[in-house]
Design a protein around this ligand. Structure first.
Ligand code: DC
Length: 222
């Protein structure tokens, strides 16, 4: 019975700090964690690996259904796609762009719905994504929409990627982020939008600890 398991849905655009914040909140609460973006990213890699065309939506959806995806609970967690460690390929911008493209396909989103809901296990789940509070867990007790100005988001992402050794210019990144956000916001299927009842947090001028504290307060933990 999934509804007895509490969910904190954290949605928002890329670079809003969602990933870092939701991981930290899950750790603090001792809850499970769903990185739904990593699922779309892994599918993007699998589509590329198999040379599928995105025009063949049903083939992509079938691949989504059969791909074997595992997350290790390590720190940082590693991601395994069909027994191959793809951890280093997941965070790249090209992988993000592929994820955004496969994520726009309706049959793909349907094929991945149950996989995501399976993460709803006791004692609770922190779910990070674009449609956690609107589509995947509309009955989530706790909902946050985390955002930040486009300039701040691009700068954060730039810093994050540089730390990971990924070489990309700020200008290029800003353009990529704007394009990806536009596609995520305007797609017909589960577009990025604020869920009813979600607390909107603009993290542009907030430190990470403050954002984490506000999310914990939503769940009633101070
Ligand atoms: O959160 P992220 O940057 O890892 O997500 C990568 C892409 O996947 C993002 O551009 C849109 C898509 N995505 C989605 O459509 N729905 C989700 N719940 C999570 C990600």
């Amino acid at each position: 019975m999934s509804h007895v398991v509490p969910v904190l849905a954290i949605d928002g655009p890329s670079g809003s700090g969602k990933g870092t914040v939701s991981r930290a909140v899950a750790r603090r609460l001792g809850w499970n964690f769903l990185d739904s973006g990593a699922i779309y990213r892994a599918l993007g890699l699998a589509v590329e690996r198999d040379g599928l065309s995105l025009d063949d939506q049903d083939a992509v959806a079938r691949l989504a259904g059969r791909m074997d995806l595992r997350f290790s609970s390590g720190e940082p967690p590693s991601v395994w796609l069909d027994q191959i460690d793809v951890t280093d390929r997941i965070p790249t911008e090209s992988c993000g762009a592929m994820a955004s493209a496969v994520a726009a396909l309706k049959p793909v989103r349907q094929a991945l719905l149950q996989k995501q809901r399976d993460f709803r296990q006791l004692p609770g789940l922190v779910a990070d994504g674009r449609d956690m509070g609107t589509v995947v867990f509309p009955d989530a007790e706790f909902k946050v929409f985390l955002t930040a100005s486009a300039a701040v988001r691009a700068q954060r992402r730039h810093k994050q990627l540089k730390e990971k050794g990924v070489d990309v210019t700020l200008a290029r990144l800003t353009k990529d982020i704007e394009e990806r956000d536009e596609r995520d916001r305007t797609r017909a299927e589960a577009p990025l939008r604020i869920a009813d009842g979600a607390l909107v947090i603009d993290s542009s001028d907030l430190g990470i600890d403050e954002v984490i504290a506000r999310c914990l307060a939503v769940v009633g933990v101070l």
